[in-house]
Design a protein around this ligand. Structure first.
Ligand SMILES: [Fe+2]
Ligand SMILES: [Fe+2]
Length: 520
């Protein structure tokens, strides 16, 4: 930094140079004038004396060195002034010209040099900031045009907006116009996130409709005080618990449709001012449509997935209720694990979302199993069981084909779905099927789904067994710790037991059986 500034003069030094330059110019001009007057006077004297030629020679000789020295000094100063002008104005202008020309031809990566002297250097910084914004917004609309997913667009904004406004957390909540609720859709933070994906509030209990209606960004520069004034705001409480102290909310609107809101939050109080409002107002025009398009694509994918999972229920193999419950168990377990090491390093929002979307697809491959085996009321013979095992491979293959289609459109959608379908019958100790994978060899998402699937199977009646009570099922899962299930996952299951109980109570199909039901 410092050497850049040394090369050029600071503003005060420049003023001094100008004064010096003017002073010296005065001396030079004065000296030259004085020499000229001397020569003239001598010449007049000679006219009077009549010895013109001789006296002129004398006079010239007497003043010539003074004149030469003064002329050299004047030339030196003129050169110096010329250099100053070149460094401070001409060169920057030329460089700016090149940059602006390249930018106007579409190369938005061009930036002005940062080493320019103060004054014009500040101007360059402003220009570069503007160019940065332009480039960011262009990237955003390119991503939108290329059909990027909601998550990709969200992540791009999270990664690229740091240069325009300060934040430690970014979250987006979307409005469900039918349910009249707002749902936390995605969040990223430097701290651990407490206000999770899926957190839903009735719109009437938030101040968001007003903010969205106004279309103007809203600043809360002291979240703790805001919470004291609005103790009912659960979402504010969670964000304060995450360590956030101020926030700025950007309402997202496409034409007249309210989409939701984008939140930036900072660990520092008073992090936001009008500059950030102006920036976000400008940005809103690119962000809202980009997110909406991403969401639409997400919806399409979701529709495809729902279609897939329905296939599994058509043949009455798995009830829709089982799929819905085990999805809830698996998601609750994944969320619990995301707060415990070592899983906190491996489980992020994407992971939890994939568990939510794809866990109901675990038995999709049963579509390929013949009816005589699939619908057989009694126990399967060893040969029939071998055929039954193939449902893992069939499901994974079907999803692999779907993934190949998606990847032609540059998406990777079904990676975890493939893992879940392929490996949900693997066991921690390597005694499962189809491959007999052990421990970490089994994809984490499949290890989680396996527990949720078995837990719901245990607590539901099947033709060949009664439903076990909640507590009996818990005991059976714990008994399989280290054999069927990973010990760390069973521990997280026990920490999430309250949540499992809530799901069990809310969604079970028949009254809870007595504990006395025979095990085995
Ligand atoms: Fe299965
Ligand atoms: Fe299942």
């Amino acid at each position: 930094m410092q050497h850049g500034h040394d090369k050029y003069l600071t503003a005060s030094r420049r003023v001094l140079v100008v004064i010096l330059f003017l002073g010296l110019s005065l001396i030079v001009l004065g000296g030259l004038g004085f020499s000229l007057i001397g020569i003239l006077r001598e010449s007049i004297g000679l006219l009077e004396g009549g010895q013109f030629a001789a006296r002129l020679d004398q006079a010239v000789e007497r003043f010539q060195w003074t004149a030469i020295i003064l002329a050299a000094a004047a030339a030196g100063l003129a050169y110096y002034a010329f250099r100053l002008i070149r460094i401070h104005y001409e060169r920057p202008l030329k460089e700016a010209g090149v940059v602006i020309e390249r930018m106007s031809q579409g190369d938005l990566s061009q930036r002005l040099p940062s080493h320019w002297p103060s004054g014009i250097g500040d101007l360059a910084a402003e220009f570069n900031n503007m160019a940065e914004r332009l480039q960011t917004f262009t990237h955003l609309s390119n991503k939108m045009a290329a059909g990027a997913s909601f998550e990709e667009i969200f992540d791009y904004i999270y990664d690229s907006f740091h240069q325009f406004l300060p934040y430690d957390r970014m979250g987006v909540s979307l409005i469900d116009p039918e349910q009249k609720t707002i749902r936390a859709e995605r969040a990223r933070s430097r701290m651990s996130v407490k206000l999770y994906n899926g957190y839903t509030l009735p719109l009437s209990k938030t101040s968001l409709p007003k903010v969205i209606e106004s279309g103007k960004p809203r600043i809360i520069n002291d979240l703790q005080q805001y919470l004291e004034e609005h103790p009912e705001s659960e979402s504010t409480r969670l964000i304060v618990e995450e360590g956030m102290r101020s926030s700025i909310t950007l309402p997202l609107k496409v034409e007249d449709r309210m989409l939701g809101a984008l939140f930036f939050s900072s660990r520092k109080p008073n992090a936001y001012d009008w500059k950030h409002v102006v920036f976000l107002e400008l940005a809103a025009g690119s962000i809202a449509p980009a997110l909406e398009k991403g969401l639409l694509i997400g919806d399409l994918v979701l529709t495809a997935i729902i279609g897939f999972s329905k296939l599994a229920t058509y043949r009455d193999v798995e009830t829709g209720e089982h799929l819905r419950r085990m999805r809830r168990y698996a998601t609750a377990l994944a969320k619990e694990m995301s707060t415990h090491p070592p899983y906190d390093e491996m489980i992020d929002e994407d992971f939890i979302r994939d568990i939510y979307y794809f866990s109901p697809l675990h038995d999709i491959g049963k579509i390929g199993i013949p009816d005589r085996i699939l619908l057989k009321p009694g126990r399967l013979t060893p040969e029939e069981f071998e055929i039954m095992k193939n449902h893992t491979l069939i499901g994974a293959q079907a999803l692999r084909e779907a993934e190949a289609e998606a990847s032609r459109l540059h998406y990777s959608l079904f990676k975890r779905a493939i893992d879940i379908a392929a490996s949900h019958h693997e066991r921690y100790d390597g005694t499962g099927y189809p491959l007999g994978l052990k421990g970490d060899e089994i994809p984490l998402c499949a290890r989680i789904v396996a527990l949720a699937d078995v837990f719901d199977a245990l607590t539901s009646p099947r033709p060949y067994k009664p439903a076990y009570s909640f507590n009996e099922a818990v005991k059976m899962i714990v008994a399989a710790k280290g054999t069927h299930f990973e010990p760390g996952i069973v521990d997280c299951f026990l920490s999430a037991l309250d949540e499992f109980r809530v799901i069990y109570d809310a969604f079970r199909e028949s009254p809870e059986p007595q504990e006395a039901v025979q095990l085995g």
